[in-house]
Design a protein around this ligand. Sequence first.
Ligand code: TYM
Length: 416
Amino acid sequence: MGDQVNGVISQVEKLQVEDEGAGDPMDEQTVTPWSVQTSSAAGVDYNKLIRQFGSQPVEDALLDKFEKVTGKPMPHLLRRKIFFSHRDLDQILNVYASGKPFYLYTGRGPSSDAMHLGHLIPFIFTKQLQDLFDIPLVIQLTDDEKFLWKDLSLEKANELAYENAKDIIAVGFDMEKTFIFSDLDFMAQCPSFYRNILRVQKAVTYSQAKGVFGFIPDDHIGKVGFPAIQAVPSFCSTFPFIFGERKDIPCLIPCGIDQDPYFRITRDVAPKLGFCKPSLLHSTFIPSLQGAQTKMSASDPHSSIYLTDTNAQIKNKINKYAFSGGQQTVEEHRAKGGNCDVDISYQYLRFFVEDDAKLEQIRTDYSTGKMLTGELKKELITILQTLVTEHQRRRAAVTPEVVKQFMTPRKLNFKG
Ligand code: TYM
């Protein structure tokens, strides 16, 4: 299946999933840039999403090619197929193998000053890709999007962009190779940004945008025009100070699968405008603490571990809320073992324990009943306390001067 935009899968984003393939046919799931919800306790059915969105599964042969082309071990998030779906990853690998340049593009919608662990995933992965490929990266902070969708003033949304930039920088990106921008500010700094936005806006009809995003008559027109703004960092000509006059440098976008609707539109218009189609790598979601029916979401404090949480908060939230796949009593658990497929603590460990042997040991011990739920939770608490404390330490070292440097349009260290 190729890309599907105009009407072919109208309302793609609101998936009333039908009876096809594996999974319970009665399960319904909604995956949009604004909401992730499923009625199934097992969580989002990602295979169904691949079919509905028309992307490709990440298969073993492609992962073999990834390692062969890069000559290095792949990041655990790819090895475990947490990044489970893609569009044209093979083509980007061919570009790399032939010694030609490409760049990375990802982003964040700054709706609150506390990012959660889920938001961190694409950034951790993008950093690993940047280190592996040694290439430039652009990071879009859509403060304009959050002004349009949330009850936030322009000033507040812009302020949050700069706060979130500190968290993103704390992930460890190479300043020589990374440009971070707030849409609100970049619009005034760089004429090519708005010009490319206009090109995209003229190439996408209202009915296409409605088909993909499900706009309703009461939606204001700011929303309808916005997708072009998230589209254009996919085109190298948006950043002449990095890529000069070139129009032929493709990009790879690591992101959660909820962002795919934006890039279906982008990939549809790119050839019409003489630009390269972006490639994508989509990740699954870190589920909410309470269970896999929703993703970790900034709007529900009980569902999320925030990067601002204290050690005590992390401990309390996991002990109190993390849905357990363990049995009712210790005796029963010892006899039957726990269910890792629904156990939220185990699911989180898959994201954050890089060592395959260690993770497998935990899985075996828990599913055979050797390890109890309390012990599994303790493991997770220690890992997340360390991760969040380290993050906070690095973030505290990010001065306004460092943020300014990352966010100044400038030449990046780039082998053309
Ligand atoms: P935002 O701020 O909603 O999310 C930022 C990134 O985090 C991913 N994400 C998650 N990943 C795993 N588990 C979760 N629970 C979880 N929650 C969120 C999102 O998929 C996203 O990749 N409009 C965008 C900002 C944006 C962007 C981009 C994102 C602009 N350009 C290019 C990706 C790529 C937004 O509001 O993201």
